[in-house]
Every structure is written in C-alpha cells, then in structure tokens.
Design a protein around this ligand. Structure first.
Ligand SMILES: NC(=O)c1ccc[n+]([C@@H]2O[C@H](COP(=O)([O-])OP(=O)(O)OC[C@H]3O[C@@H](n4cnc5c(N)ncnc54)[C@H](OP(=O)(O)O)[C@@H]3O)[C@@H](O)[C@H]2O)c1
Length: 291
C-alpha cells in the first residue's frame, strides 16, 4: 500500500494521477486528507481516503496502518515555517510507530551553503526534516524539488498582459524552474521503481532563467513588449502596497525575488530528465502554454 499525503493539494493529487497511470491499482493507493469532503474524486476512482492531520499524531498513526510506502508532501503551513518542521517530524515519528517501511519526502532544492539565502528559513526547515528522516532508521528518498514554473505567473503579476510590465526585485539572478506536475510524475516514478533507497535527488531543469528572459518569452507569446524592472526592494514593497497587495504576499514576493537574485535556486541537474525519460518542460514552453 502506498499512501500519499497532501492528496487534496496540487502536488499530491498529481502524484496519485501518475501512480494510477503507471499501473498501480487504485486499491493499492491511499490518500491522506484533512477534509474528506474534498476527496470525493479520489474515492470515486477507488482510492482509499484516510483522514489525518500533520499536527495530530494519533490520527497519523491510525491512517498509516498497513502502509508500506509513504509519499510525504511537505506542509504549506503559513503561520510559521517552524510549524512545518514540527509537522514533518510528527509525521515521520507516526510512520515509524505504524511500521511504514519507506518514506519519499518532497524537500526543496538548495545549495550547500544556503545560510545567507533570503529563503534560508524554508531551506533550513527542509534540511532539519531531511536530517530527522535520515536518522529515523526508515528507508527514505529525498526529492529536492526545484522552484515550480507555476510560480512565474504569480511573480509576473496577473495584469502583465495589460500593463506590459513585470516588477520583481530578482535583479539578473537565475533559477531553474520546473513544472510541478513533472515533479509529481518523478515522485510516482521513484515510488514504482527500485533502487532509490537512501538517495537524495536534486530535481531541477537543465537550464536556469532570469526574469529578463521570462519577460521576453511572455512578450513574444503576447505579441507585445514586456518590460522587466528589478526595483530596489523598498520601492518594490511600497509599489505593491500602493497596488493593495497584502503584506504577507509582499513579504513572500520579496523573499523569493531576493533568493533568485542570490542564485539560491540556480541548480542544474539531469536526474529529472532521466526519471521522466524526456526533457523537462522549459520556461518558454510553459509560458507558451499559460499566456
Ligand atoms: N517547489 C516549489 O516551488 C514550491 C512552491 C510552493 C510550495 N512548495 C512546497 O511543496 C508542497 C506541495 O506543493 P503544492 O503545490 O501541492 O501545495 P498545496 O496545493 O498547497 O498542497 C499542500 C498540501 O499539504 C496539505 N497540508 C497542509 N498542512 C497540513 C496538515 N497540517 N496536515 C495534513 N496535510 C496538510 C494540504 O492539505 P489541504 O488540501 O487539506 O489544504 C495540501 O493538500 C507545499 O506544501 C510546500 O511545502 C514548493
């Protein structure tokens, strides 16, 4: 039995789709969800739905009964990044108690020295989870997923087609953006093939891109000039405030932009290509699809 957590989220639901398309029988898949009402589509496909919360240890031990392999999709807790670490550790502990044999964890890409990165808190949370998992004695595979291509429209802003301007303080920094769905496909590949125990995989694209290149690709697609402006952070934040963007989002945008400016997510690796058996979707292909 393979159990996928975050099964009503975007990564988890795609991972289940790919497990099914790789021939895993629905009766061999279970889905951990917080809210059963959101999981009717899983039930109707024959996937067993189990209710549990990363913060509720007993619910997890119960949900993990009879599970051999667990895909632990990292938490999206927005209150505090430390909450995520505690939730992941709780989940690994519960898996151990329930005698789960193997855990695949969705981590995040990082360079060796990430302490000065503007997203160090997120990377640290993943690093702590990885360390706990490695020490747990359970067999594991760690997927250090690259930044999602799906973040590009969020960073570019929903009005880019209208305004022809992208404001984002990422300077000339590059990041290796990768399609979330392909990362989910890679997770399904790892769960259904042999030889991945005790491996840490960096799953990124084979080219990194800057926001100038992203603006050019969006412009080509829209048939108009799209101008990328990397404002100073203070100016960027005050402009976002003027546009009515909530503070929480302004903080997040600045954090991701600075990480890109620092090259924190500029990691190239061909492991994903090997798992997919084809080239990962590029930024230009994604932009052509979205805009
Ligand atoms: N690589 C990147 O660029 C990138 C970007 C953003 C996030 N991430 C990370 O990747 C993860 C998966 O991405 P995604 O796009 O699938 O995110 P998502 O759609 O927000 O899904 C997150 C899933 O985690 C579940 N979850 C959150 N807190 C939980 C808890 N306390 N107990 C049980 N389940 C809980 C959510 O449950 P519900 O469905 O009940 O809400 C949801 O299903 C994110 O959670 C985040 O850690 C990566």
């Amino acid at each position: 039995m393979i159990l996928v957590t975050g099964a009503t989220g975007q990564f988890g639901s795609k991972a289940i789709d790919h497990l099914l398309s790789k021939g895993v029988r629905p009766s061999e898949i279970s889905a951990l969800v917080r809210n059963e009402a959101n999981a009717q589509h899983l039930k109707s496909r024959g996937v067993e739905v189990r209710v549990g919360d990363y913060t509720d240890y007993d619910s997890l031990v119960k949900a993990f009964q009879g599970v051999d392999k667990l895909l632990l999709v990292s938490s999206n807790d927005r209150q505090a990044v430390e909450n995520r670490t505690a939730q992941h550790i709780n989940t690994i502990k519960a898996a151990k108690e329930a005698n789960v044999k193997y855990i695949v964890y969705t981590s995040f890409v990082r360079k060796t020295n990430f302490e000065d990165s503007s997203i160090a808190a997120f990377q640290n949370s993943h690093a702590q989870t990885e360390a706990y998992l490695i020490d747990s004695g359970i067999d594991y595979t760690i997927l250090q997923n690259g930044i999602y291509l799906e973040m590009i429209p969020v960073f570019a802003g929903e009005k880019v087609a209208e305004t022809g301007i992208i404001l984002f303080p990422a300077k000339d920094g590059k990041a290796s953006y990768v399609l979330r769905e392909e990362l989910a496909e890679a997770a399904a590949h790892v769960l259904t093939t042999e030889g991945h125990e005790k491996q840490i995989y960096s799953l990124t694209n084979s080219t990194s891109v800057s926001f100038s290149e992203i603006a050019k690709a969006i412009g080509n697609q829209l048939g108009k000039d799209v101008n990328y402006q990397s404002l100073e952070v203070d100016l960027f934040e005050s402009k976002m405030k003027e546009f009515g963007v909530p503070d929480l989002y302004i903080g997040m945008f600045t954090m991701w932009a600075m990480a890109q400016a620092q090259g924190t997510m500029d990691v190239l690796n061909d492991t994903l290509e090997g798992f997919l058996g084809r080239k990962p979707t590029t930024m230009s292909e994604f932009v052509a699809h979205i805009y």
